[in-house]
Design a protein around this ligand. Sequence first.
Ligand code: 5CA
Ligand code: ZN
Length: 413
Amino acid sequence: MRAWPSPHLPLVPGDPVTLCLHDVARQRVEPVEYDGRATLYVCGVTPYDTTHMGHAATYVTFDLVGRALRDGGREVTYVQNVTDVDDPLFERAARDGVDWQHLGQEQIDLFLEDMTALGVLAPDHFMGVIESMPTIIESVRALVDRGMTYEVVEDGIRDTYLDLATAGGLGELSHLDRDTMLAFSAERGGDPERPGKRDPLDPMLWRGERAGEPSWDGGSLGPGRPGWHIECTAIAMEHLGERIDVQGGGTDLVFPHHEMSMIQAEAITGHRPFASHTAHQAMVGYEGEKMSKSKGNLVRVSTLREEGVDPRAIRLALLDNHYRTEWEWTDKVLATAEARLDRWRSAMSTDGGPDSTATIAAVRAALADDLDSPSALVAVDGWCEASLGTGGDVASAPGDLARAVDALLGVRL
Ligand code: 5CA
Ligand code: ZN
């Protein structure tokens, strides 16, 4: 499907720095090494109740990854999915008495507007499940052909599961103990209690058609629809190949979603690991709990935009928190960001200022150090204070720094 329009990405003076990013599998910060063109896959929204600050934090974080990887004119292929076929979407549509496809489209449109407003670089491939059905079916059949699947048949309905025992690799990403895996599976869309499964954790690849549910022709799989994890396996592999550099999403996706989507890709290709880096945005909370669609404790980007909040201030509020630390959205976080935006705009709209070379280098270094965006903001604050205080006579300094803030932090002043 069509993504949002990408903002222009200016070139920043000075030398780019290699991005070092925390990898969940290796449990440490490691350089992201790539030949020529980096590949990035980020799990996209299930289109209802978008775009709340947790979603926004995730996409702004991986936007920083994309910007750091692109620094110096390097290239990135970025893929993001849209889960436009899934139970939570059907349930919400049924609750509200609306057509699920209509709800999905309306929410995707809203997401596109929010991403545009937040200055997020668009993915090269923005792929829904419906339009990716042939690829997804092909991936399921590749696993069937390798003898890594089995069926559970109930009332004549055939569901196809991955046999984890044949695939191997369980726990290599998440490092979780089995009880936690079982609990997360039950909470996050799995069916560990279902009789007839070989391992309660085996993920469903293809769900046979049920009355009242949409379905697609799966050929030998029968009519039905895909399981959740295979959607991301198939879309990532179709557009990025047999291995990728960075796989991303929120921490709520570590298990089972990312663990299973990686295991499935590795089972198809025979190469391990599928992703050199898997990185996660910590959960953003609101009023004491994880901000989530199911709890309904949401602060939406679109609501703030309607209230007249500058989306650059929303972005600065998100960037003021390190992506690996949980934090809460509050009015104060936003007020601090609005004041910062005003200061930066005044300081960078002068005809000259103190030399900004070291500040640009500090912004680059902070971001390259596992996306330390709060330190990058402090470095810019320092230059702004000096500029507004004692001033300076380097004519190019404000423009150079504004370009760096635009290209590396995604805030166009
Ligand atoms: N469609 C699937 C991924 S394939 C999905 O998880 N959709 S979602 O709409 O529930 O979430 C979209 C993205 O936002 C995911 O990467 C998810 O991990 C992230 N996310 C959801 N809630 C939060 C939160 N409170 N804080 C940070 N990130 C969040
Ligand atoms: Zn996903």
